[in-house]
Design a protein. Structure first.
Length: 112
């Protein structure tokens, strides 16, 4: 049986990833090289959204542990937290058997 804590973690992760802008942010951060991290200004410019919108999305991603920031001079530069991303992928993969079982049951019921 799957622990509720694990289900709650998955639900929270899916909620965080449900926003297209946050997925775009993660994609951009995943593509950058270590010395060339992007700050809020650059991320906002590339996404075509305000700095405050970027900050709000980064706050959600940071609270989920997917993104970390590093102060460089006056600005914060953001990175993917590789370890947290690996854990998130495991949580998502762990949810797939639940979805697969439900799909199989539905197919069986429709066949009857």
């Amino acid at each position: 049986m799957v622990k509720m804590n694990s289900i709650e973690k998955r639900a929270n992760l899916f909620s965080v990833l449900a926003d297209p802008t946050r997925l775009k942010l993660l994609g951009m951060l995943a593509q950058q090289q270590e010395p060339h991290a992007l700050c809020v200004n650059a991320l906002g410019y590339k996404l075509g959204i305000t700095q405050s919108a970027v900050s709000q999305h980064l706050k959600v991603l940071k609270s989920a542990g997917l993104v970390k920031g590093e102060r460089r001079g006056y600005r914060m530069h953001y990175f993917i937290d590789e370890k947290a991303l690996d854990q998130a992928q495991q949580l998502i993969s762990g949810a797939l058997p639940i979805i697969k079982v439900k799909a199989e049951r539905k197919a069986e019921n429709e066949a009857e």
